[in-house]
Write a protein that binds this ligand. Structure first.
Ligand SMILES: Cc1cc2nc3c(=O)[nH]c(=O)nc-3n(C[C@H](O)[C@H](O)[C@H](O)COP(=O)(O)OP(=O)(O)OC[C@H]3O[C@@H](n4cnc5c(N)ncnc54)[C@H](O)[C@@H]3O)c2cc1C
Length: 521
């Protein structure tokens, strides 16, 4: 441990990945500082005030937090637990009819409305997806190897090959076949019911800048299932509670936090990281600097093109990271007498996706900078899902809405109003009477997310997930091992492998790499 520096490592960003990385480093007895521009920890989980109610800045559900890191970091000792561990879903058609389903189980009793054939196909199809997602899960948890390289790299390749081999010949062939087509074609082969197909396609595209007919949409579905085999959960106290537990886990291991501290640049001397400079000119020193903001911002703004090779800069500039998901919060008054709410129990996740073509058309609109008239919507009422310790009679409904273009044509405030109105209408269709309970709303466009989290494009994954930005190529080949070409600078956020969502895996993988490296001097 060096005393020449203020800290052994500085983590830029107190999002969940930054904190996971910091906690693992501190567990290995490193002196760690986490700096964040915001006034509270959590990044997308950060609590913000919405008309007197505390709500997470962006993320609304846990689709796949890595449970091994919950154990490693003893998060339960820091107050973390689940209010609900397996939330069921309902998908709605245009006429308000719905199909209940869960990606986490084979129960066909709830699949009322689909044909007998579809119901018969579902368990086999789902189990196959879960088997295939096991391969992806294995890849996701590993730090990407280098092509060639040492025996550790060779072991990683061997382990992946063995896992594939264990599928057996015909399943391996099917894995490679469906991976090469798209989720639209896969679902067309399997099922008849258009709304049921759209429900599964929605899982593949949520958070991604792609539609069911796009390449890579099978990969993104398998990624989604890889985290928790289709279970969708909500922590007790809401998503922000995970941020608080991570902060407590970090602090118990000696991590220092400095909030309201925007990092202006990474200080580099002699081609080596020496620390960070804050916006107010303060310099804090450390031989290792780890950034959880997106790779493009890290390389081009915080490190600077002057310190990087021209070819590398060009590749980083071309990372695709334009977001397409908006979040809309609705504050609802006392829900008593809300018939639709009590009929559904409102303890479900409601998806509006009449058919796959509707999703595709919504995507097409966004490609040309337009707000889609009939977007894909995921609506939940977190205060109904987790009613623990609630005194307020007010309720929160949150909607994730796609596709909302990062670059809009026309007036942005008009676009905001249109999006709000379209989403309100869809919520009303799913829950008749919804509109009359709204007392306030908040719209977060990709540009607002970019502004609020400091990541270029406001993308869910900080960089799109596609085969050319995945695993050893994520976000670009030269950054796939979490390390920048300048000594002592690392990435640990959603922009690196395996990508975004609240999983914590990029943060942990980065910490493992950093601890194994000689550059934590
Ligand atoms: C609208 C929307 C909804 C989403 N909903 C869900 C969901 O329900 N479930 C789910 O699993 N995933 C969801 N996601 C994705 C998920 O939120 C992200 O993938 C995840 O937050 C990435 O975590 P992170 O720690 O890597 O980065 P972030 O959460 O983005 O945190 C980065 C942190 O770095 C800080 N920072 C950036 N630049 C600087 C700087 N220069 N100086 C100091 N600090 C800086 C920021 O303030 C921020 O706190 C959603 C994403 C979006 C856009």
């Amino acid at each position: 441990m060096s005393t020449r520096y203020n800290y052994d490592a500085i983590v830029i960003g107190a999002g969940h990945n930054g904190m996971v990385c910091a906690a693992y480093l501190a567990r290995a007895r490193r002196r760690v500082l986490v700096v964040d521009a915001a006034d509270a920890v959590g990044g997308a989980l950060r609590p913000i005030d919405f008309n007197g109610l505390s709500v997470p800045f962006a993320a609304q559900l846990d689709y796949g937090l890595d449970r091994s890191l919950v154990d490693d970091l003893e998060l339960s000792r820091h107050g973390f637990s689940y209010a609900v561990e397996d939330i069921g879903s309902s998908v709605f058609n245009r006429d308000g009819s719905r199909i209940d389903y869960a990606m986490s189980n084979d129960d066909t009793r709830s699949l009322a409305g689909v044909s007998k054939d579809d119901a018969r196909q579902w368990p086999e199809f789902r189990q196959r997806l879960i088997r295939f997602s096991g391969i992806i899960s294995d890849i996701a948890r590993r730090s990407p190897p280098r092509l060639g390289g040492d025996s550790a790299n060779a072991r990683t390749w061997l382990a992946i090959a063995l896992k594939l081999r264990r599928l057996g010949r015909s399943e391996m062939r099917e894995f490679l076949r469906i991976g090469a087509i798209n989720i639209f074609d896969v679902l067309e082969e399997q099922f008849e019911n258009p709304t049921f197909k759209a429900a599964i396609a929605a899982e593949a595209v949520l958070g991604h800048h792609l539609a069911p007919r796009s390449p890579n949409s099978v990969l993104t579905l398998l990624m989604r299932l890889a985290g928790s085999q289709g279970k969708i959960a909500l922590p007790r106290g809401g998503m922000s509670a995970l941020g608080a537990a991570l902060q407590s886990a970090c602090e118990s291991r000696g991590v220092t936090f400095r909030m309201n501290a925007l990092v202006r640049r990474v200080v580099i001397d002699n081609d080596m990281a020496r620390g960070v400079e804050l916006d107010d000119g303060t310099i804090i020193t450390a031989p290792t600097v780890i950034s959880s903001t997106d790779p493009r911002t890290t390389c081009l703004n915080l490190v600077g093109a002057d310190h990087l090779d021209t070819g590398f800069v060009r590749r980083v500039r071309n990372i695709r990271s334009n977001g397409c998901t908006a979040r809309i919060d609705f504050l609802l008054d006392n829900l008593s007498g809300f018939a639709a709410a009590s009929a559904l129990g409102l303890k479900r996740r409601l998806i509006y996706a009449p058919d796959m073509d509707t999703i595709e058309r919504a995507f097409n609109d966004s490609k040309y900078g337009r707000i889609s008239a009939e977007p894909l919507v995921e609506l939940v009422l977190p205060t109904m899902l987790d009613a623990s310790d609630r005194e307020s009679r007010q309720h929160l409904a949150t909607a994730l809405v796609q596709y909302v273009p990062y670059q809009m044509i026309g007036d942005i405030n008009m676009a905001r109003d249109t999006l709000l109105e379209n989403t309100r209408n869809i919520a009303e269709l799913m829950l008749p009477g919804f509109k009359s309970h709204i007392t306030a709303s908040r719209v977060l466009l990709p540009t607002d997310i970019e502004h609020g989290l400091g990541n270029h494009g406001g993308h869910w994954h900080h960089a799109e997930i596609a085969l050319d930005q995945f695993f050893m190529l994520r976000p670009v080949p030269a950054l796939a091992q979490y390390q920048l070409p300048v000594a002592g600078i690392w990435l640990c956020g959603a922009g690196c492998h395996p990508g975004g969502g609240i999983s914590g895996v990029p943060g942990r993988n980065a910490a493992v790499r950093i601890l194994a490296s000689v550059s934590l001097r």
